[in-house]
Write a protein that binds this ligand. Sequence first.
Ligand code: HEC
Length: 109
Amino acid sequence: MARPLVTALAAVVLLAALPAAANDDDPLALGKQVFTEKATPSCTICHTLSEADASGTIGPNLDELKPTVEMIRAAVTRGVGVMPAFEEALSSEEIDAVARYVASAHGGD
Ligand code: HEC
């Protein structure tokens, strides 16, 4: 009697764990995290990007500018004008993820 219950419980635990594991591997989820939290100062302070609920106005509105992955990667790595470089602060994986996230979030590229 107890065994099917244990099997069922194990299946529930496995299923519950799956979405979290998928999230960790999702570069867009990582990119959003970089955009909203990991980058310091946060991209959201300076940029508007509706997908991230960001409404900064110091830098260009990314929904309107629709930068390509390459443009974003270059801007984040080396900085542009008053925008700081994040080369030291973020890993290349994080820069890549945020570039892909922003490009997909603005619906261009
Ligand atoms: C302190 C404010 C500030 C922060 C923080 C900031 N930016 Fe910027 N960003 C700017 C400004 C200002 C510009 C325009 C610079 C210029 O054209 O002279 C810009 C430009 C850009 C551009 C356009 C580059 C181009 O080639 O025209 C992209 C893309 C961009 N930022 C993405 C990001 C991302 C992603 C982050 C977070 C990792 C970020 N920015 C953080 C202020 C900021």
